[in-house]
Write a protein that binds this ligand. Sequence first.
Ligand SMILES: [Zn+2]
Length: 120
Amino acid sequence: MAVSALSAGLRSKCPNCGEGSVFDGYLKFKTRCDACNADLTIADAGDGPAFFVMFAALIFIVPSAMFFEFAFRPPGFVHVLIWPPLTLGFCMFLLRPVKSLLFALQWKHKAGQAQFEDHE
Ligand SMILES: [Zn+2]
């Protein structure tokens, strides 16, 4: 049975077998799956996960901070105490599943670098 890229990605599991973990550390990928020995170096999500996570942080945290400012008019240091740790936590929480998900989608759709055909 085919492994769902969405399920394997969000659970940080191997997109080939859905069993072994893809991570060796916080964001570093293993070179091979522990369960099925699939080569996990053939796909690389690159900067994609960071972009999507930063964009999500922008969409959710900036309006929240603005609402908080306009609704409660807190002193400036309150913003400094709330938003940087919240942003950091938000990004660190999302980076792993988003990286694993993009990797699984690349794997499933066999995405790779563009290649030129060799014409004579
Ligand atoms: Zn595997």
